[in-house]
Ligand binder design. Structure first.
Ligand code: E4P
Length: 218
């Protein structure tokens, strides 16, 4: 299972990378705006700065929603660094763009996926990654994890090579359940990754070990 961090914050990306478990980064226009990154040059420089931290797979999202615009923007994003994966929304022209990039050998991440039907379309078009948004489905009282299970099952039925990238992951149990269900990748905030460290019995046990060691070595 791969871990991607879902942020455009360089410090958080560095912290996750230094932990030694990070496989990539996903960003979106909202996350870039949250870091105050705007304007073509600054956006490009910021993606480059992210690519310089991690080993591979940095999703950078197009803003255009028409085919020609997505191709132009996606090509420019892919030129920033070999690590870039072009993130394309699940819309009609997006599917055409994914097909185009797939034939050009440019990796894509199909984003804003909320149904199994959309997942089938993206895989048929040759998306490298598929991002179903678990948390946002949970927010409207649909079970996001059910969708992950359904897509993993369908992709296994046909041997689709598209990797299931569980997105909008809000807490550690989302991540653990995605692992049980066979998602290829999860993307989540840093706190979800570091949250996996926590167990009160670990803290209690370590305190006891250190106290016993101190007593025996007075
Ligand atoms: C996916 O790539 C998105 O950036 C992200 O996971 C959205 O998560 P949110 O619903 O917490 O904003």
């Amino acid at each position: 299972m791969k871990f991607f961090i879902d942020t455009a914050n360089l410090e958080e990306i560095k912290e996750a990378y230094e932990l030694g478990v990070l496989d990539g980064v996903t960003t979106n226009p909202s996350l870039m705006a949250k870091e105050g990154i705007s304007g073509e040059d600054k956006v490009r420089d910021h993606y480059k700065a992210i690519c310089d931290i991690v080993d591979d797979k940095v999703s950078a999202e197009v803003i255009a929603t028409d085919f020609d615009g997505m191709i132009k923007e996606g090509k420019a994003l892919a030129k920033i660094d070999d690590k870039i994966v072009v993130k394309i929304p699940m819309i009609k022209d997006g599917i055409k763009a994914i097909k185009y990039f797939s034939s050009e050998g440019i990796r894509t991440n199909c984003t804003l996926v909320f149904s199994a039907g959309q997942a089938i379309l993206a895989a048929k078009a040759g998306a490298s990654y598929l991002s179903p948004f678990i948390g946002r489905l949970d927010d409207i009282a649909f079970d996001g994890l059910d969708l992950i299970a359904q897509i993993v099952h369908i992709y296994q039925n046909y041997g689709f090579e598209t990797e299931v990238l569980a997105a909008s992951v809000r807490h550690t149990m989302h991540l653990v359940k995605c692992a049980e269900l066979g998602a290829d990748v999860v993307t989540c905030p840093l706190k979800v990754i570091t949250g996996l460290l926590n167990h009160p019995l670990t803290d209690k046990g370590l305190a006891q070990f250190l106290a016993d060691h101190a007593k025996a070595n007075k």
